[in-house]
Ligand binder design. Structure first.
Ligand code: GDP
Ligand code: MG
Length: 223
């Protein structure tokens, strides 16, 4: 509990046995529930998550968005915090991010990684790709933000009753932010966080996923 709110952390994980161990160890005491959405990882991700007190929700459909849909639906907290299972996002910042959500009277707070606190955490191609995708969200939807691809969001669970992101893949991250920004009853904001180099193997296929993100936004604009 923090500020009298029940806190759930939801993480999509595919083969993050190593990173997940570290992330769960760093979670602050205010976290009441940990949900790990797993797609039949071939390493011990599910076992490690369960051993460390997380609820593991299995999802057969592969993909970041598919895992999030199942994981978010399973969360019971008043506030949901999301993160990758790779040690990149600052778990210890959760209480101050919830404070920002409450004090700024927001419904959805996205944790922005730029300017990068550690340049080693993201290569030049990914940085450029991020910038282009964030710019595309502005041009196509008028959605103004600093970091359209951040995987750390802090939001009130009620938001899930108002917006319904559809992507089963990596575009889920930008889609949920664009939907939150566009919804008249959802107050959206961003707050800067630290971002660290990853533990374990990257799952993002930068060219393929970057291109899929662009096409997804164009299709989303047309519907
Ligand atoms: N369950 C599940 N998790 C996934 C899948 N793809 C990526 N993830 C997780 O989503 C998070 C983001 O992936 P990551 O490789 O860190 O991408 P990046 O942060 O954009 O470089 C990590 O925790 C991954 O394990 C998937 O198909 N299924
Ligand atoms: Mg990551």
């Amino acid at each position: 509990m923090h500020r009298e709110l029940k806190i759930s952390v939801v993480m999509p994980c595919y083969n993050e046995e190593q990173g997940l161990r570290e992330v769960i160890r760093r979670l602050p005491g205010c976290v009441d529930e940990i949900v790990v959405a797993d797609n039949d990882s071939t390493d011990r991700t599910a076992e490690v998550a369960a051993e460390l007190g997380a609820r593991v929700v299995p999802e057969k459909r592969r993909g970041y968005g598919a895992a999030y849909k199942t994981g978010l639906a399973a969360a019971t907290g008043d506030v949901i915090v999301t993160m990758d299972g790779d040690g990149t996002y600052p778990a210890e910042a959760i209480p101050e991010l919830i404070d920002a959500l409450v004090d700024r009277r927001l419904d959805f707070l996205s944790a922005a990684r730029f300017p990068l606190s550690d340049p080693r955490a993201m290569g030049a191609t990914n940085r450029t790709g991020n910038w282009l995708l964030t710019f595309a969200a502005l041009v196509l939807f008028g959605a103004k933000m600093v970091d359209s691809q951040s995987g750390m969001w802090v939001f009130r669970r009620e938001v899930l009753g108002l917006i319904r992101p559809r992507s089963d893949g990596m575009p889920f991250s930008q889609e949920i932010k664009i939907e939150a920004i566009r919804h008249p009853r959802v107050r959206f904001g961003e707050q800067h966080i630290e971002y660290r180099p990853r533990i374990g193997e990257v799952k993002l296929r930068k060219w393929r996923d970057g291109w899929e993100n662009v096409l997804f936004m164009i299709r989303m604009r047309c519907r």
